[in-house]
Design a protein around this ligand. Sequence first.
Ligand SMILES: [Zn+2]
Length: 161
Amino acid sequence: MLKLRPNVSLFNLQPQGHLILQVVSAVFLEELGRSIDCEVTSGSDGSHMPGSYHAQGLAFDFSLRPVIEPPKTRLAAAVARAFGGSGAEVLIPAAAVVVDPTPPGHPAGSVTRQPGPTRAYAAGDFDVLIEDLGGPNEHLHVEWDGKRAAARAGKVWEPKA
Ligand SMILES: [Zn+2]
C-alpha cells in the first residue's frame, strides 16, 4: 500500500511525479507483496532547496528500511526497468563524490550527511538511486530528469521556479 509520512508535501505535484508514485508503489507490491508498505518519506517538503527536483514536484524518496528480500539493489533495478531503462547499475564518477558529497538530484549543500554509498540504475528519463546504502538515511530516490528527457526528445525544458 502507498503511504505518505506526515511530513510529505505534494505541493507543486507534476504529472511525472504522480507517475513516480504509481510506478514505484506498483513495483513494491509486485516485488515485496502486501506485507511491506511503499512509504514515501519525502516529496516537495521543506527539507529540499528551491529549484531541486523535489521542490518542483518531480522527485520522491521512499523508505527502504523494511526491505530485506529481494535485496534493495534488485528492487531498485526493478523500479528502473519499470521506467523503461535497462536497470543496469550506472557508475557515479568517483571524482564527483569527492568534490561534492551531495547525491545526484539534490542541490549542493542540501544534504549534509551522506555516509553510505549511492547506487544509480539506468531508468530512461528517470533517475533511480539508492542513497546512503546501509546508512541511517538509506532511501530510494526517484526523479524525472527533465533535462535528459528534453535532450532525448530534441526539446528544451525549463524547470518551474
Ligand atoms: Zn530525494
